[in-house]
Design a binder for this molecule. Structure first.
Ligand SMILES: Cc1cc2nc3c(=O)[nH]c(=O)nc-3n(C[C@H](O)[C@H](O)[C@H](O)COP(=O)(O)O)c2cc1C
Length: 148
């Protein structure tokens, strides 16, 4: 089975109202986790009010089919592929779709990645997005462990 990892970003076009953003995002994550579970897709979604940055990994056909479906979704726009590469192992094997909405708790991680203001994915490489997502995931995993 040929495994692939794909990184893209897009513009968040959800209603700017905080509450409806949250409702929409919850809906997106719910369906993403269910469908990815069915399709053996894993990954991570980073988002703020302006952008989505997402990593998808798994069987090449499943990832490409998922990406085509996502790219046609009208809840975001200007979906831009940053990188797609073959992988031997997943980076997010335990996550059907991990996610991090930017918050004050994440500022230290963003700063460590040289991001002090708004995130601008148009200036980021695939490996930069991947390492930011990995650090956010590790923070979330540490928190889950200490809450357990
Ligand atoms: C930012 C964003 C990320 C998404 N991530 C996924 C994902 O990881 N997997 C997935 O199946 N759908 C994801 N979706 C939802 C799909 O676009 C689509 O609505 C969903 O897969 C249902 O497709 P269907 O109505 O054709 O069955 C995402 C949507 C958005 C806007």
């Amino acid at each position: 089975m040929a495994m692939t990892q794909l990184v893209y970003y897009s513009k968040n076009t959800l209603d700017a109202d905080d509450r409806s953003q949250l409702v929409n995002l919850r809906e997106i994550l719910e369906i993403a986790r269910r469908k990815n579970g069915e399709n053996g897709v894993t990954g991570y979604l980073i988002f703020d009010k302006a952008y989505f940055l997402q990593i998808l990994e798994g069987d090449k056909d499943a990832v490409e089919e998922t990406y085509r479906r996502i790219a046609g979704d009208r809840r975001h726009a200007d979906v831009t592929l940053v990188e797609q590469r073959p992988i031997a192992q997943r980076n997010f094997s335990d996550w059907n779709m991990g996610s991090a909405m930017r918050s004050v708790d994440h500022e230290e991680i963003y700063l460590a990645h040289g991001i002090s203001g708004s995130i601008d994915p148009t200036k980021m490489t695939g490996s930069k997005i991947l390492s930011l997502a990995t650090d956010l995931r590790d923070l979330e995993a540490r928190r889950n462990r200490s809450a357990a």
